[in-house]
Write a protein that binds this ligand. Structure first.
Ligand SMILES: C[S@@+](CC[C@H](N)C(=O)[O-])C[C@H]1O[C@@H](n2cnc3c(N)ncnc32)[C@H](O)[C@@H]1O
Length: 322
């Protein structure tokens, strides 16, 4: 499978430019997926290295030792899904970490990294997840109701659908799916599961009683469950705090979000530097946030959306550590 069919990265150029990559910096891509962003980061590190070398050589006159000083940077790429490994990159400057990004700090400690120059998070699932029917992420394919990004995790979407109370399901659909009729859908599901446990995607679709033509609602129902199965917001919170502490002054964080809940969380965090979103000010009224905002929710150009419709919902936020 080509990396293009695994995933097409959104706003690739804008993200890489926004990270202001240095050739010898330490970077982390916490959502490797098809590796499109990671490859571009490594490529940019190389280009910047060549440029710096050229400038140095021109300034210094012809080098006589014939040696090229290699102060290479490094890229650590995380993904919790082992399928991403099929896109592995052959490069000495690259390390793959098969883990949830919520353990970012622990892994950086393990590799002896105390500060990083940049971090990229392209949140959510890859095209690969929707395109693999057996993973159960899509309401369009009959499949086991799974939705785990980490295929060794214990809890599947079926476990949640069959064990949460009606009230818990209603809250989940309302909060994570922003479904206005979350309560009614939860009721329908509980009625259906009293007859027989719901084990498959098509059974959930039928149990919800959302008509097939209401594909937006069905997508939201599946999104809500996916967020819960993978504790996406919990992992994001932990990663944001670790990233803030690891970034060196001048280091940059770039995040691509795909739905309003995660976007609100990222927006408030980058504005304030804390999870509560509390903006602290000094005596003179200056914002004491550890970040300066660089991109405040940029969206893909029309031309990109025409080429890659899945980039339509992406929002890019970038900040620099002060
Ligand atoms: C939108 S895709 C990233 C695509 C990537 N930027 C590219 O260029 O192909 C998100 C990837 O992040 C992974 N992922 C999502 N949440 C994660 C988490 N908490 N920890 C580790 N990986 C995660 C998913 O398995 C998926 O492969």
């Amino acid at each position: 499978m080509s990396t293009e069919s695994y995933h097409i990265p959104a706003m690739l150029k804008e993200t890489i430019e926004g990270l202001a990559i240095k050739p010898n910096g330490v970077y982390v891509d916490v959502t490797f997926g098809g590796g499109g962003h990671s490859r571009a980061i490594l490529e940019r590190m190389k280009e910047e290295g060549r440029r710096t070398e050229r400038i140095k050589t021109e300034g210094e006159g012809k080098r006589t030792d014939g040696k090229r000083k290699e102060e290479e940077g490094h890229l650590y790429s995380f993904d919790q899904d082992k399928d991403a490994l099929q896109n592995a990159i052959e490069d000495d400057r690259w390390t793959f970490v098969l883990s949830n990004f919520r353990y970012l700090k622990n892994w950086m400690d393990y590799y002896g990294v105390t500060q990083i120059d940049g971090l990229l998070a392209d949140l959510g699932v890859s095209f690969h997840h929707f395109d693999c029917p057996e993973r159960g992420f899509s309401f369009r394919h009959p499949a086991p109701l799974d939705m785990r990004m980490n295929q060794t995790a214990k809890r599947t979407a079926a476990d949640i659908v069959n064990s949460y109370s009606e009230e818990e399901l209603a809250q989940l659909f309302w909060l994570y799916g922003e479904l206005k009729n979350g309560r009614g859908i939860a009721k329908n599901i509980c009625r259906a599961r009293a007859e027989k446990p719901i084990e498959r995607t098509e059974e959930l679709v039928a149990a919800s009683r959302i008509p097939a033509e209401m594909s937006k609602e069905l997508a939201r129902l599946f999104q809500a469950l996916r967020i819960e199965v993978n504790d996406e917001l919990g992992a994001l919170r932990e990663m944001l705090v670790a990233a803030r502490d690891l970034l060196r002054p001048g280091g940059r964080i770039a995040i691509l979000t795909y739905h309003s809940l995660e976007d609100r969380l990222v927006k408030n965090f980058l504005r304030s530097g804390n999870l509560e979103g509390t903006i602290e000010k000094d005596f003179y009224g200056n914002n004491l946030s550890p970040f300066t905002l660089i991109e405040k929710g940029r969206t893909a150009e029309e031309e990109e959306v025409a080429r890659n419709p899945r980039s339509r919902s992406a929002k890019l936020r970038i900040a620099e550590k002060r």
